[in-house]
Write a protein that binds this ligand. Structure first.
Ligand code: ZN
Length: 283
């Protein structure tokens, strides 16, 4: 434990299942457009709690709020890894519901949150009309990009450009845990629209940083498990045989898994980008 008076600490996940989008046109294979499952992480001390990456819709926020209330913990802080709305648009709603909650993010992420709000009407409110609450940017920087939970250090580490720019991961040394946001996906297709080849090179660099941290537990921002708060199962990847269970290989086959709309958006972006010789192309 970090401090001489640090209390017991554990974590659990709340995974919001995939939801249909209000888009009339189906995917090219005829399937419905859906948004990928979203992982929120609860760090639980004996009395207090920290939430990492609040979800997207009012219903999803209600599930997180209900879980925190049932655990009888006081939520002290919400940490945001990156500015995509599916990882923070309900931050102010949850903070207001539970009271006395500070929202923190790295400086570059806070700037990007303002830009995300500027563009939400043209995207998020179109695909999920009426389901996303007001999203004022109330996040502040934490001193040294660290927050504390009952004596335990929680570190926000810059991860640079991965599925957007910038991103961060959350390292909790006393749990040997990294909450990776969208640096890592677990059995859901990567959102590649904002990363060109060089962006994916940076993404691989961020994965190298995670490998150097060598955590026992790694939480992905998008995971396919249904609501499952068992940290040994839902959305939590473990290192196996020296490799992570997820990768950003752009030449890997695209599996028919949740995250179908990001899959298609990514595929059309890759199709528009000249492929280097020998690289796999979208059929
Ligand atoms: Zn995401």
């Amino acid at each position: 434990m970090t401090g001489p008076h640090a209390t017991a600490l554990r974590f659990e996940l709340v995974v919001a299942p995939s939801i249909p989008l209000a888009l009339p046109d189906p995917l090219p294979d005829g399937g419905a457009r859906t948004w990928a499952p979203i992982t929120s992480t609860l760090l639980l001390g004996e009395h207090d709690a920290v939430l990492i990456d609040p979800p997207l819709t009012l219903e999803q926020a209600d599930a997180v709020g209900h879980r925190l209330e049932s655990l009888e913990r006081r939520l002290t802080c919400i940490v945001v890894t990156h500015a995509h709305g599916d990882h923070w648009f309900t931050a102010a709603t949850i903070a207001e519901r539970l009271g006395g909650v500070e929202v923190v993010a790295r400086a570059g992420v806070i700037e990007a949150m303002h830009r995300a709000n500027d563009s939400r009407a043209g995207f998020w409110d179109r695909i999920l009309p009426g389901r996303i609450p007001a999203s004022p940017v109330i996040a502040v920087e934490a001193p040294d990009d660290e927050v504390e939970l009952e004596g335990h250090r929680i570190r926000l580490l810059g991860a640079g450009r991965t599925n957007t720019d910038p991103t961060a991961v959350v390292h909790v040394p006393d749990l040997d845990l990294v909450v990776a946001g969208d640096v890592v996906y677990d059995d859901a297709h990567l959102f590649l629209v904002e990363s060109d080849k060089h962006g994916r090179d940076a993404w691989r660099g961020a994965l190298n940083m995670l490998e150097a941290l060598d955590p026992a537990h790694l939480v992905a921002g998008h995971a396919t498990r249904s609501v499952d708060i068992d940290p040994r199962r839902g959305g939590c990847s473990r290192r196996r045989g020296g490799t992570w269970t997820t990768s950003t290989s752009s030449s890997a086959p695209i599996p028919p898994r949740p995250g179908r709309t990001p899959r298609w958006s990514s595929a059309t972006r890759v199709e528009r980008t000249p492929a280097p010789s020998g690289a796999a192309r979208w059929p």
